[in-house]
Design a protein around this ligand. Structure first.
Ligand code: NAD
Length: 334
């Protein structure tokens, strides 16, 4: 297969590119390197089945050319990360909505199988745990810019499902829950790399809020396995939404303690109010747990990595790349 991966120089995209090349597919990456980096993909440069375009998904000429050569498009390019979304809401909405509109237009022209990255954020403040694909979605008010990320991704879902219903395009929606692993940047509010980097730098681990909010962290290797399994089953998955995530729930306080234990950090944990970390009135979800019954039913997928293995992998990667870490001031929110 020839696969176009938008956002392929990002965290999930580069792991996906590696997995696809390893199984014999050709991969074209389209990425503007806004949150991704050339570092993530330079190891593929010498592979004749790999091509790379540094450009924006809203450049329709480039997108059209790449889509014309693709059997499948995995659309991962997006404005990502709570901090980025809160600081630059206009960019978030434009990239996520207009970009997905452009990708679906190109996919329609060349009848490409299309997988769209959505997010567990669309479940918003829902309290029915675990979250299943057909559950109601409960977003906060539009006066709080953090909800623009969920709303923009939700509109992407509607656009993708409409392209399937109206034009028969084989579109699948992937609702990723927190995905972590080697190579994830901590710059935009990603909690696990931020914690590990703070501990390695001998700084207190910055926990936002009371730390009793919980998350389920899925290893990027497991996420990519699920994605590829869904891509390989167009008949059962076209026009469908799938949660992808681990069911192992942990509070952020417990996560911080795990990182302290793993790294031997003596600097401890520092609680920072949300209002200081982001903006006054910031709203967070208390729990976010996926129901992956549907994914398991269609693909047989189950996560293979538990949190201790994920943290060990992240720590090993951070230690090996200590020289490329961002400046220390980026460890704490502005
Ligand atoms: P990432 O920031 O590492 O990857 C996004 C990539 O898109 C980056 O390489 C960035 O440079 C690129 N990009 C952004 N805007 C672009 C544009 N206009 N044109 C071209 N490229 C552009 O983030 P990630 O964690 O790998 O996320 C990948 C996808 O998965 C995103 O759509 C994100 O919303 C979704 N997602 C991720 C998580 C997670 O936990 N990592 C959770 C939920 C959803």
């Amino acid at each position: 297969m020839h696969v176009l991966v938008t956002g392929g120089a990002g965290f999930i995209g580069s792991h996906l590119t590696q997995a696809l090349l390893a199984r014999g597919d050709s991969v074209a990456v389209l990425d503007n390197l806004s949150t991704g980096s050339f570092e993530n993909i330079k190891r593929f440069r010498d592979d004749a089945r790999f091509t790379f375009a540094i450009d924006d998904i809203n450049n329709t000429l480039v997108l059209d050319r790449l889509a014309s050569q693709a059997d499948a498009i995995v659309h991962l390019a997006a404005a990502v990360g709570v901090q980025l979304v809160v600081e630059r809401p206009t960019e978030t909405i434009e990239t996520n909505v207009l970009g997905t509109h452009a990708v679906l237009g190109a996919a329609r022209r060349y009848r490409c199988r299309t997988l769209l990255a959505s997010t567990s954020e669309v479940y918003g403040k829902g309290v029915k745990i675990p979250f299943a694909e057909e559950d109601d979605l409960l977003l906060g008010p539009s006066s709080r810019s953090r909800w623009s990320y969920a709303a923009s991704k939700l509109l992407d879902e509607f656009l993708g499902l409409a392209a399937h219903r109206e034009f028969g395009l084989p579109v699948t929606i992937l609702r990723f829950f927190n995905t972590v692993g080697p190579g994830q940047t901590g710059r935009y509010g990603m909690v696990v790399p931020r914690f590990v980097r703070a501990a390695l730098a001998g700084k207190p681990i910055p926990v936002f809020g009371d730390g009793e909010q919980s998350r389920c962290f899925c290893h990027v290797g497991d996420t990519v396995r699920a994605l590829v399994a869904l891509m390989d089953q167009p008949e059962q998955t076209a026009g469908e939404i799938f949660n992808i995530g681990s069911g192992e729930e942990v509070t952020i306080n417990a996560l911080a303690q795990d990182v302290v234990a793993l790294t031997g950090s003596a600097a401890g944990i520092q609680h920072i109010p949300y209002s200081q970390a982001y903006a006054p009135g910031f709203e967070d979800m208390r729990r976010r747990v996926p129901d992956t019954t549907k994914l398991h039913h269609v693909t047989g997928w189950q996560p293979q990595h538990r949190l201790d293995r994920i943290l060990a992998d992240v720590l090993a990667w951070e230690q090996a790349h200590a020289d490329t870490h961002p400046a220390q001031e980026e460890l704490l929110p502005a």
